[in-house]
Write a protein that binds this ligand. Structure first.
Ligand code: GLU
Length: 374
């Protein structure tokens, strides 16, 4: 899809938008929150809301403000100190946003989430419902990671990916990552207008073949991949560009836009395929691989060659082909031990092998999410 078509036919029609702002963008050179910048963002968001958009912000900055208040010269590497700084700084961050949106006569709402909130199906739905309700009240949801309780096992870790998970949860039809650079830089330093596959760009960064690696670009590309795989658009643009949000939503050529995959994934499949961390791997033979990825069939035990991990019934697992490529992710009807017992067998044998009547499919096709076609 050409950039002008994408910008004018897809981006300008977006109605539910997640906007992510990072610490670097929000702070001025003196190391304090740039209130004038927050005010311009609030004004732009208010404009989008007047034009009929539902806007949700993801804002970093809690740890940065906390450090300033506590007199710490730099962000602590120790997790306990970072949690303390976030606890001190989060209310300050919301005060700044409250002041900025107050000028626009809009209320702000604080939502603090961790990865485990996204992985728990009912809490995931609660996040979505709460944000829908806030929009109905014309309030502006402002989301950050709940750093005060986040330890490595349950944290997303940085807000680029959190904003993508949130965009997929709502679901939003556009993720805008505002950055202090103009977009993704190509090999000669020029800003790429359009990227079809964020994985290619991530590959170039990993091989050191491009200057795109600066400014935390890798996590931004990972975020763009999560959103575009689900069939929605993403943009990385410079937050300091004058009136960047209304201009982007008018279809103007600013920043780098990421082309959505051709399919639009239903909400439950976004949760299975791109939100929950998998607990195991199921390797399959060529016949099963073909049935799943080309035939849209459920995964049967007869085509399974190997089970890795210690998952329980209802966990998300990765399905890999004989060459180790990821084909799909899905909810397993069996725990890992049962799956090992029935792998390679026909469903008519399950009752005898397991001592009970059981599901024909190891993963039902309704709960199976194929890797994205592009
Ligand atoms: N949650 C962190 C904070 O508020 C920011 C994480 C990030 O920058 O991605 O300081």
């Amino acid at each position: 899809m050409p950039s002008t078509v994408l910008r004018q036919e897809v981006i300008s029609k977006a109605r539910r938008v997640v906007v992510k702002l990072g610490t670097q963008l929000l702070f001025d050179e003196a190391g304090d929150i740039d209130q004038a910048f927050c005010n311009t963002i609030a004004k732009q968001v208010a404009q989008l809301m007047k034009d009929g958009c539902e806007v949700t912000l993801v804002s970093s900055g809690a740890i940065g403000i906390g450090c300033r208040i506590m007199g710490l010269a730099q962000r602590p590497s120790d997790i306990g100190a970072a949690q303390a700084a976030a606890a001190v700084g989060q209310s300050g961050l919301m005060t700044r946003w409250g002041d900025a949106f107050g000028i626009e006569n809009l209320n702000v709402a604080q939502l603090l989430v961790t990865r485990s909130d996204f992985e728990d199906r009912s809490r995931y739905l609660n996040i979505r419902n709460c944000i829908a309700e806030l929009h109905a009240f014309n309030a502006v949801p402002i989301v950050n990671e709940n750093d005060t309780v986040s330890v490595d096992e349950i944290r997303v870790g940085e807000n680029d990916v959190l904003s993508a998970m949130l965009a997929n949860a709502l679901p939003a039809d556009l993720l805008v990552i505002l950055s202090s650079v103009d977009g993704v830089q190509g090999p000669d330093g020029e800003t790429c207008d359009l990227i079809h596959d964020p994985m290619d760009a991530i590959g170039l960064i990993r091989q050191g073949k491009t200057r795109m690696g600066s400014g935390g670009m890798q996590t931004k590309l990972e975020a763009a991949r999560l959103v575009t795989d689900a069939g929605e658009a993403a943009i990385i643009a410079n937050g300091k560009e004058l009136d960047v949000l209304p201009r982007l939503l008018a279809g103007e050529k600013i920043g780098t836009v990421f082309v959505p995959a051709t399919r639009r994934m239903e909400s439950k499949k976004r949760w299975i395929g791109m939100t929950v961390r998998p607990s195991g791997v199921i390797a399959v033979d060529d016949g099963a691989a073909k049935a799943v990825s080309e035939g849209g069939k459920s995964l049967l035990a007869s085509g399974i060659t190997e089970i890795t991990g210690n998952f329980t019934k209802g966990d998300v697992v990765v399905v890999r082909d004989a060459r180790g490529r990821e084909l799909a992710r899905g909810l397993s009807n069996y725990n890992a031990d049962e799956a090992r017992v029935i792998m390679g067998k026909r469903s008519t044998e399950f009752a005898e092998l397991l001592g009970r009547q059981a599901y024909d499919e190891v993963i039902h096709r309704d709960n199976l999410v194929l890797a994205a076609p592009r």
